[in-house]
Design a protein. Structure first.
Ligand SMILES: Cc1cc2nc3c(=O)[nH]c(=O)nc-3n(C[C@H](O)[C@H](O)[C@H](O)COP(=O)(O)OP(=O)(O)OC[C@H]3O[C@@H](n4cnc5c(N)ncnc54)[C@H](O)[C@@H]3O)c2cc1C
Ligand code: FES
Length: 281
């Protein structure tokens, strides 16, 4: 992890309130993993004091070039959107564990709600490099104009399923509405291991079915619903959790989530968690 001045190569409005930010970070030493994020100083002075976390959206092939996708929701993201090409952003990163992608797995289902799509495109980018694999991306958004990654996901070889809350594109509903159908296509019932019983205890790595890996990012209600469906089919879900953040380095305890091991910090221990470990309140 480094603190660097990142040169802005592009900061473009691509849809209502949605921006693509491309930066050059010269001092990067470690390879960036999908699911990691950068903590970005939004203003040029001390207001706002706290940095804003943004997931890596595209890692790309050019060294030190990173792409972010963000939505303007408040002061911090508004200030970032005002920064112009050729100026510098103060960034800390890459932070966090990132998604683990077992090379033995060949069916990947990515499920995104809203801006949760941002890190999942970076994941699809990595998976696209695997030789034998199928990628299905379920992308849920409020309305058609918030769908900003369809083309990229298709280009990366993902089978794309779009779901919007108002029905303006794809199916009408939530991303999770499409999930059961997709899982059923893998025909898990025909394999040897029985489905998890209703009262099954904590699942561990050996209990998961190897056929499918589920990767999620989105609002908490979506993650809760994904967790419930995945548990029924005994599929592991790795989810990037988007808690509000302060320090970004595990010091302020501002991003705590309750897990079966106790409280853990999204910035230091995550942001990617096995959803089976999360205690929903
Ligand atoms: C690890 C991580 C990665 C993220 N990656 C992305 C990304 O790639 N693209 C992107 O657009 N956003 C991402 N976010 C969310 C982003 O950090 C927030 O939207 C941003 O910090 C809001 O700052 P603001 O000053 O603009 O808004 P604020 O004025 O701080 O808040 C405006 C509104 O947004 C809500 N909000 C703020 N932060 C969050 C949050 N973390 N989760 C849910 N609601 C929040 C507030 O409750 C409030 O209603 C990520 C968050 C985390 C923790
Ligand atoms: S943001 Fe401070 S502990 Fe995570």
């Amino acid at each position: 992890m480094i603190q660097e001045k990142a040169e802005i190569l592009l900061n473009q409005n691509i849809a209502l309130d949605h921006y693509k930010l491309v930066v050059k970070v010269d001092g990067l030493k470690d390879a960036i993993k999908p699911g990691q994020f950068f903590h970005i100083k939004a203003g040029t002075e001390y207001d706002p004091l706290l940095r804003r976390p943004l997931s890596v959206h595209r890692i790309g092939s050019k060294p030190n070039i990173i792409e972010f996708l963000y939505k303007v929701v408040g002061k911090g993201t508004h200030l970032i959107s005002r920064r112009s090409k050729g100026t510098y952003l103060d960034v800390i990163g890459p932070i966090g564990n990132g998604f683990k992608v077992p090379k033995s797995q060949s069916n990947f289902v990515l499920i995104a709600g809203g801006m949760g799509v941002a890190p999942l495109v970076a994941l699809a980018e990595t998976l696209a490099g695997f030789r034998k694999r199928s990628i299905t991306a379920i992308v849920g958004a409020k309305t058609k104009s918030c769908l900003t990654c369809n083309k990229e996901l298709k280009e990366l070889g993902a089978k794309l399923i779009v779901v919007t809350e108002d029905g303006s594109a794809g199916e009408k509903g939530f991303a999770t509405s499409a999930l059961t159908d997709i899982i059923e296509q893998f025909d898990l019932r025909k394999t040897d291991s029985p489905h998890v019983k209703k009262d099954a205890g904590h699942l561990t790595i050996g209990d998961y079915r190897p056929e499918v890996g589920l990767y999620a990012c989105g609002p908490i209600p979506m993650l809760k619903a994904v967790s419930k469906i995945a548990r029924k089919y005994r599929i592991q879900v790795q989810a990037s959790m988007e808690e509000r953040m302060g320090c970004g380095v595990g010091a302020c305890l501002g991003c705590a989530v309750k897990t079966k091991r106790g409280y853990e910090m999204v910035c230091k221990d995550g942001p990617v968690f096995d959803l089976e470990d999360i205690v929903w309140e």
